[in-house]
Ligand binder design. Structure first.
Ligand SMILES: *Cc1c(COP(=O)(O)O)cnc(C)c1O
Length: 461
């Protein structure tokens, strides 16, 4: 065993933070302390609290950025005092946001000469609210013009992220979520017609379904809606929730047609802070043409000087994430993003193959196509006293890994899955370490549950 020498000098050093005034006794946590304390002491206390959080690099549940270059930290520090809404005071920050909008409209193939518009948001959730609002107002305008009722608008979608449920509830739009068919992980275009009617403000398809990482068939959905229009006259717009896929598909599946190349796709959202590689707090919403964004939603605020139109739920917002997004686009370029996402897909593929070989699992999504996300289930339902995926999650947690276990959405709630998001920083090496811990955990679970089985009914003392 290593022998550790106690450094008496260090222990007694006068700048020992724990000896500073204010840290020798318990502090009030839920009311403001009476007086100040030294900054170094306060920061140490806060850091101690944070030490009890999970380690973000081992958080395999999140899609969000957990690894950044030191340069990104520099940018975040440089922009700590920049309010994105102060377009007139910080015109260059506004310019960088505008460049990002141009870059994304181009990356998502807005037609040449189009009047695409877009904005940054706090994430895909705000982008979804804004896109949903634009669709709702467009529908209202069409209904009003036709002299028809404005009651009960609805939004049709597959298994969406919770932000669309929020949109529905906050803005009074019925969410018609199409249940999954038994053999499918995404909505099927042939299901759409039964759910759409004259009150449908849009269909939302997801490029990178949260639950599994699979892409929904956007082009096929567009064709189905084209056919529906030809049959019934209903002209239903398509929105793509590309929270993750918007920064993956253009680099890994450039030939997949899911974006503004499809005439029916009117708007797209993505999370800059997921596969966009920006730090937490930025998303994007882009409309194929300015006419898709009703004027009544755009605000012109003149009391800050200038008159830059805005579309946002917040007023003040930090500028750093947007600047860091621009930095990443500039720094990596198309090839750099492709290299990062390819490395993720390769690591995901390795994880999927190895998990499949372990025996007890069936891989539902192997991360080699669509998002670099691996999703598996138990090949056979667990015996009544056998171990479950929830038990496996718990054992992995002992080694710091956070691998979520949850049921698939309706109508496949009977399938419980486990999911690993392979994003920038989840390296091939980290995947090997995870696999080694999965093997150890499985051996331990088998051992424990063999013990349980031996004591099962029939065994009497
Ligand atoms: C993460 C996610 C969202 C929500 O995005 P935030 O950036 O976390 O607000 C919406 N849709 C999908 C498909 C997502 O993966």
């Amino acid at each position: 065993m290593a022998l550790h020498e106690v450094d008496g000098d260090r222990r007694n050093a006068p700048d020992d933070l724990y000896a500073l005034n204010g840290t020798g006794s318990a502090l009030p946590r839920y009311r403001i302390p009476d007086g100040p304390m030294p900054a170094r002491a306060a920061v140490r206390l806060v850091q101690d609290e944070l030490a009890l959080d999970g380690n973000s690099r081992q958080n395999l549940a999140t899609f969000c950025t957990t690894w950044s270059e030191p340069e990104v930290r520099t940018i975040m520090a440089d922009t700590l005092d920049k309010n994105l809404v102060d377009k007139d005071e910080y015109p260059q920050t506004a310019e960088l946001e505008s460049r990002c909008v141009h870059i994304l409209a181009d990356l998502w193939n807005a037609p040449d000469g189009s009047r695409a518009v877009g904005c940054s948001t706090t994430g895909s959730s705000e982008a979804a609210m804004l896109s949903g609002l634009a669709l709702q107002r467009r529908w209202r305008a069409r209904r009003r013009a036709a002299g028809k009722s404005l009651d009960r608008p609805n939004l049709v979608c597959g298994p969406v992220q919770v932000c669309w449920e929020k949109f529905g509830r906050y803005f009074d739009v019925e969410l018609r979520q199409i249940p999954l068919l038994k053999d499918s992980l995404t909505l099927r275009p042939e299901q759409l017609a039964d759910y759409c009617d004259e009150n449908t403000i849009a269909v939302v398809t997801t490029l990178g379904v949260t639950f599994t990482g699979d892409y929904e068939p956007v082009a096929a959905a567009a064709r189905t809606l084209d056919a529906l229009q030809a049959d019934t006259g209903l002209d239903i717009p398509l929105h793509v929730d590309a929270a993750s896929g918007g920064f993956v598909a253009p680099f890994l599946q450039p030939d997949l047609v899911w974006d503004f190349r499809l005439e029916r796709v009117k708007s797209i959202n993505a999370s800059g802070h997921k596969f966009g590689l920006a730090p937490l707090g930025v998303g994007w919403a882009i409309w194929r043409d300015a006419e898709e964004l009703p004027d009544e939603l755009v605000f012109h605020v003149d009391y800050l000087g200038g008159d830059m139109p805005t579309f946002a739920l917040n007023f003040s917002r930090p500028g750093g994430e947007v600047v860091a997004q621009y930095y990443n686009l500039l720094r990596l370029g198309r090839d750099g993003y492709a290299a990062v996402q390819r490395a993720c897909a390769q690591a995901a593929g390795r994880l999927a193959d190895a998990v499949a070989e372990l025996g007890p699992f069936t891989v539902l999504h192997d991360g080699k196509s669509a998002l670099p996300v691996v999703c598996w289930t138990l090949a056979e339902p667990p015996a009544p006293d056998g171990w479950t995926l929830y038990d496996l999650s718990e054992r992995l947690r002992m080694r710091g890994w956070q691998v979520p276990t949850y049921p698939l959405p309706a109508d496949r709630q009977d399938v419980v899955v486990q999911r690993v998001v392979v994003r920038h920083g989840v390296t091939r090496d980290l995947v090997e370490l995870l696999l080694s811990d999965i093997r150890t955990a499985l051996a331990e679970l088998e051992r424990q549950h063999v013990g349980v089985a031996e004591q099962s009914p029939g065994f009497h003392h």
